[in-house]
Design a protein. Structure first.
Length: 155
């Protein structure tokens, strides 16, 4: 289980060096392969490849995307916004970089842009995976969550 927060910087190539306190556990859980994807909360999710792969398998099976039939597209409900959005984030807005021997992960520039990450990044351990946030975006997100909490409701 991953927990805690770390303030990190990307190098000139867009790589993030994972803190040593997480490195061994993530490497064991992922055998060096990880998955990055854009979250609908405005951050990136970083997880072991096998965790991402299981989720993708469930999404594709549920949607008929694994069918060998040429008519599979006709059987899909393309108007199902929720299912289509999930597939978009988990398949289309994802990357599967490797954790190199120095504990670095290349953050795809398209995903960085989508999450508003330039050079500085906040790494949050949130259980089975991590969230990567632009510091300003995380600050705004925390303010919104606190505002909802103090209002006693939801947005």
């Amino acid at each position: 289980m991953f927990s805690g927060i770390s303030a990190l910087s990307l190098d000139a190539k867009g790589r993030m060096t994972l803190p040593t306190r997480y490195r061994d556990a993530l490497y064991r859980a992922s055998e060096g392969q990880v998955a990055l994807l854009e979250s609908n909360d405005g951050c990136l999710l970083l997880m072991p490849f096998n965790q991402w792969s299981r989720r993708v398998e469930r999404l594709t099976q549920a949607s008929g995307l694994t069918s060998a039939s040429e008519d599979a597209d006709q059987d899909m409900d393309w108007d199902d916004d929720t299912g289509q959005e999930r597939r978009r984030f988990w398949l289309g807005l994802s990357d599967t970089p490797e954790l190199d021997s120095a504990g670095r992960i290349l953050i795809n520039p398209v995903l960085r842009e989508g999450a508003g990450i330039s050079r500085e990044v906040m790494l949050l351990g949130v259980g089975s995976h991590f969230e990567l946030w632009d510091p300003e975006r995380l600050s705004r997100h925390k303010e919104q969550v606190r505002a909802r909490k103090f209002r006693g409701g939801r947005d």
